[in-house]
Design a protein. Structure first.
Length: 111
């Protein structure tokens, strides 16, 4: 797994490359939360994530709770249909704003 972060349009954009499973999810969670500042706007790009286990879902929910409890905003982009189905089945989609592309995600945070 690899995590790439950059600042675009005053939003922290983090791209996760690889699978989010029991061994990688805690590392991803730690790295993403280390960049989350109070009131931040954050985009998590999942376009390069092929698989997410229950550990990945837990990490994602923890990130959501931490960011939103500090008055931040979080948008997920690039989720595959399979990941969206998994998140819908588990009820996780109700927590997140989803966009198809990075540009749509940034526009959502601006709007």
């Amino acid at each position: 797994m690899e995590i790439k972060t950059e600042l675009l349009d005053e939003a922290i954009v983090t791209q996760i490359v690889g699978d989010l499973d029991g061994s990688t999810a805690p590392v991803a969670q730690q790295q993403v939360l280390a960049r989350a500042q109070p009131g931040c706007s954050m985009v998590l790009d999942f376009s390069q994530v092929g698989y997410m286990s229950s550990s990945g879902l837990r990490a994602l929910l923890s990130i959501y709770r931490q960011v939103t409890s500090n008055r931040g905003r979080l948008v997920l982009v690039g989720l595959s249909e399979e990941l969206q189905d998994t998140m819908a089945t588990t009820g996780f989609l109700s927590y997140f704003t989803l966009c198809g592309t990075l540009q749509e995600g940034l526009a959502t945070l601006r709007g």
